[in-house]
Design a protein around this ligand. Sequence first.
Ligand SMILES: [Zn+2]
Ligand SMILES: [Zn+2]
Ligand SMILES: [Zn+2]
Length: 140
Amino acid sequence: MAQRNTWQRDRVREALTDASGFVSAQALHATLRDENTGIGLATVYRALATLAASGEADQLQSPDGEAIYRACSTTGHHHHLICRSCGLAVEIEANEVEAWAQRTAAAHGFTAAEHVVDIFGLCASCSALRAAEPVGERVD
Ligand SMILES: [Zn+2]
Ligand SMILES: [Zn+2]
Ligand SMILES: [Zn+2]
């Protein structure tokens, strides 16, 4: 009986894989609603939480405090560069961060240290778009 809603989780996983970057539960729900799947927002939240717990999806916090998700191409420890305008995500390794985190934790006597480091910014194309926009008080 517990497996009754497996198709819904599979469908949420598919939608997450199709998304190009990090997405919120609301955004994913909107996509699924457009496809008339009949999957409710609460189910999307639950499915995303399950996928994040099993390591099939990365969960992180956007700068405005919203939980965002992505089906990552690797399950190993990694970091992200995320565009806060279009959601584009790039998976990055950060060897310097690993070394720094180990060193800093050890210096304070911490063991079994973990860290979450993600970089939010504007991607190259969003930066270019922004640069092309007319600025401020120009009236023409
Ligand atoms: Zn990732
Ligand atoms: Zn962008
Ligand atoms: Zn790291």
